[in-house]
Design a protein around this ligand. Structure first.
Ligand code: DHB
Length: 564
C-alpha cells in the first residue's frame, strides 16, 4: 500500500488543521497558512515519470520490454567528482558523469508493471571491495537473461523494479581533490537513495515500503549496515550535507529510510573487529603456520588475543542458548559447516568421500575462475543417510587457506604498516584530506610509515588517546558502517534477512557472518532470518538465484499479510 510522505494536515498550520471553522465569517484575521513541511531539496528531487527510454531484453527466451530511467540523481547536492578515478583493480578509469555519477540510480521497470505501485523494488548495490561504485547498468538493450542463473533476469521476470544504485566509497576523489568516499559515505548514499524512492513513491512504479536490498562482499556489508540502521538519526547530518530527500532545512527528517529485506552475500563488515576475527580463525588451530602464510606471528598473536574479549563483549548466544564466545566459536563454525553440507546433500548434491577429490572453482569475487581439486581429508559423509559423520576443523581451515591464499596480518587495516598492503580498507577512514588512516588499535599503534601523519610515531598519541579526541572521526566511521552497532537497538532494523557466506570464503572470518546472524536472531524486530554458510562457495554472491528469489517472493507475501 502506498503511503504519503507527509500528512495533508501539515500543509496548514496546526491551528487551522482540523479546527472547526464555522466562525470564519466573524474572524477579522485570515487563518495563518504556513509553508508545507518538506525536505529542503524535495521539490528538486521529484521523479519525472516520462523520462525513460524503452529497451528490450530477452528473459528465458521471452522478449521483455523494460523502461529505463537513466542515471537518476538521488541527492539534491551531489558532490562533483574528478574525471579520473582508480578502480578496485588499481586501474585508472575516466568517468563521464562527474556531476552525479556516484549518487545516481539506473531504474529498470518491466513494461508489464509500469502502472503497478505494489510490486517490490530490487535495490542492488555494487560497491565491490567497499570501493566507490560508479553508476552502472545491469540491464542493457538486447541483453539475454537466464532467470535460473541471473538475479537481474529473475528480478525482472518476477516483475520487480530493478535498480542499480551507485554510491561513494573508498578511493573516490572529488573534483576539489578531497577524498569524498570516506565512511560512512556509502551508507549515507544508500539511505539517500531509499529516501528518494520513498519521497517519490506515489509517482513511481513499485512500492517503496517493499525494498529488497541485494549486495555482495563490500556490497553485502553495505546492505547489512543499511538494513540494520533504518531511520537512525546518527546519519542525519550527513544526509543533510548531500541534500537527501526528506531532510528539512533545519536537519530533521520527515521521510523514513528503513528497508524491508536484505539479501546479502559474504558481507565484509564489522571492520573495526575484522582483523581480530581473521587472526583468531586462522591461528586458533595453527592454520597460518600450516599453510606457510604466516607473515607476522607476533601480530597474529596480539590480534587473536584481543578477539576473546571482543567476542565475549558481544553477548551473543547460539541457537541452543549457549553463550557464543571464543570458547564455543569453533563448535559454532563446525555446526554451520555441517548444516551447510547436510542441506546440500538433502538437495541432491554429492560430497566426495575421504581420500577423493573435492573440485572447486578458484577465483572468487571478480577474479577469473579455474577448476582445481583438493584431496578430501576433512569431511566424512554417510551418503545413505545424507549426514556428515565427522569433520576435522583443523583440516577444514587448512583446506580453506590452501584453495585461496590468506590475507596479510592485519587483514583489513593494512596501510601504513611496513607489511605489504595486499588489500585492506584503511583508505575508507580518516578525514577527507587524508589518503588513508588506520582505524583500529593494532594498526594505529603499529603504524611505522614515517610522515604519513598517522600512528603514534607521527602524532604522539596512542590509539586510546587519539581515538578519544573529539576531532578523531575513526571510531564514529567504524560504527556508522557496522550493522552490529545497530541490530537490537532503537533503529528500525529490516524485518527480513537472507545472508550467505561461502564455506570456502577466505576474505573475512566465518565469525563475522555467524555473529551477524546471532545478533539478528536475538532482535525481536527480525521476523525471518535465513542464514547459512553456502556449501563449497568462495567469496562470491548470487550463486543461488532460484532459492534467493523464492525467499524474496515468500517474504513479500509474508510482509503483505502482516500489513508491512
Ligand atoms: C571485498 C573483498 C575483500 O577482501 C575486502 O576486504 C573488501 C571487499 C569485495 O570483494 O567486495
Amino acid at each position: 500500500m502506498k503511503r504519503t510522505a507527509i500528512g495533508s494536515c501539515l500543509l496548514l498550520s496546526l491551528a487551522a488543521c482540523g479546527s472547526d471553522n464555522t466562525n470564519a465569517t466573524t474572524t477579522t484575521t485570515a487563518p495563518t497558512v504556513t509553508a508545507p513541511v518538506t525536505g529542503a531539496y524535495d521539490s528538486a528531487l521529484a521523479f519525472d515519470k516520462t523520462k525513460y527510454t524503452t529497451i528490450n531484453v530477452t528473459i528465458d527466451g521471452v522478449k521483455t520490454p523494460v523502461r529505463w530511467y537513466k542515471e537518476v540523481c538521488y541527492v539534491g547536492k551531489p558532490i562533483a567528482m574528478a574525471a579520473s578515478q582508480t578502480s578496485l583493480t588499481g586501474a585508472a578509469t575516466t568517468i563521464t558523469n562527474t556531476a552525479c555519477g556516484y549518487q545516481s540510480m539506473n531504474i529498470f521497470v518491466p513494461e508489464s508493471v509500469a502502472s503497478n505501485q505494489d510490486t517490490a523494488i530490487y535495490f542492488a548495490v555494487n560497491n565491490g571491495g567497499w570501493f566507490a561504485s560508479y553508476i552502472k547498468a545491469s540491464v542493457t538493450d538486447g541483453a539475454t537473461f537466464d532467470s535460473s542463473a541471473s538475479n537481474v533476469g529473475a528480478a525482472l521476470k518476477a516483475g520487480y523494479v530493478y535498480i542499480d544504485v551507485a554510491t561513494r566509497g573508498r578511493g573516490l576523489v572529488a573534483a576539489d581533490g578531497s577524498y569524498a568516499g570516506k565512511a560512512p559515505a556509502a551508507i549515507v548514499d544508500a539511505k539517500a537513495a531509499v529516501r528518494y524512492l520513498r519521497l517519490n513513491d506515489s509517482a513511481m512504479p513499485g512500492n517503496a515500503n517493499h525494498i529488497v536490498v541485494n549486495g555482495t562482499s563490500g556490497g553485502g556489508g553495505l546492505s547489512s549496515a543499511l538494513g540494520a540502521s533504518g531511520n537512525s538519526t546518527d546519519y542525519l547530518s550527513y544526509l543533510k550535507d548531500i541534500g537527501a530527500a526528506g531532510v528539512t532545512a533545519d536537519g530533521s527528517s520527515i521521510i523514513k529510510d528503513d528497508v524491508l529485506a536484505i539479501n546479502a552475500y559474504c558481507p565484509i563488515t564489522d571492520l573495526g573487529n575484522a582483523d581480530l576475527a581473521y587472526e583468531w580463525v586462522y591461528n586458533i588451530l595453527g592454520t597460518r603456520q600450516t599453510v606457510g602464510s604466516y607473515p607476522n606471528p607476533t601480530g597474529s598473536a596480539e590480534l587473536m588475543a584481543k578477539f576473546v574479549g571482543y567476542q565475549a563483549g558481544l553477548g551473543l548466544k547460539n541457537a541452543d542458548g549457549m553463550a557464543l564466545t571464543a570458547t564455543t566459536m569453533l563448535v559454532a563454525i563446525k555446526a554451520e559447516v555441517i548444516r551447510s553440507a547436510e542441506i546440500y546433500l538433502a538437495s541432491g548434491g554429492t560430497i566426495p568421500n575421504l581420500g577423493e577429490n573435492i573440485s572447486y572453482t578458484a577465483g572468487g569475487f571478480g577474479a577469473p575462475t579455474t577448476t582445481r581439486t583438493y584431496v578430501n581429508d576433512w569431511i566424512a559423509i554417510d551418503n545413505a543417510t545424507k549426514k556428515v559423520t565427522s569433520l576435522d576443523m583443523e583440516k577444514y581451515l587448512k583446506f580453506v587457506a590452501t584453495q585461496a591464499t590468506l590475507k596479510n596480518t592485519p587483514a583489513f587495516d593494512q596501510t601504513g604498516l611496513s607489511i605489504t598492503a595486499s588489500s585492506g580498507e584503511s583508505n575508507m577512514f580518516g578525514t577527507d584530506k587524508q589518503v588513508y588512516s588506520n582505524f583500529t588499535e593494532y594498526s594505529w599503534d603499529h603504524n611505522d610509515v614515517a610522515g604519513d601523519g598517522i600512528g603514534y610515531a607521527d602524532t604522539g598519541y596512542s590509539w586510546t588517546q587519539f581515538s578519544a579526541l573529539s576531532t578523531s572521526p575513526q571510531l564514529k566511521q567504524v560504527k556508522l558502517i557496522n550493522p552490529m552497532a545497530y541490530i537490537g537497538t532503537g533503529a528500525t532494523t529490516a524485518p527480513y534477512w537472507y545472508v550467505r557466506h561461502g564455506t570456502r570464503d577466505r576474505d573475512t572470518a566465518f565469525t563475522v557472518s555467524i555473529n551477524l546472524s546471532r545478533a539478528l536472531a536475538a532482535d525481536a524486530k527480525v521476523q525471518d532470518l535465513n542464514y547459512r554458510l553456502a556449501w563449497n562457495q568462495p567469496h562470491a554472491g548470487n550463486y543461488d538465484v532460484p532459492e534467493a528469489m523464492a525467499w524474496i517472493a515468500a517474504t513479500l507475501k509474508a510482509a503483505t499479510a502482516k500489513g508491512l
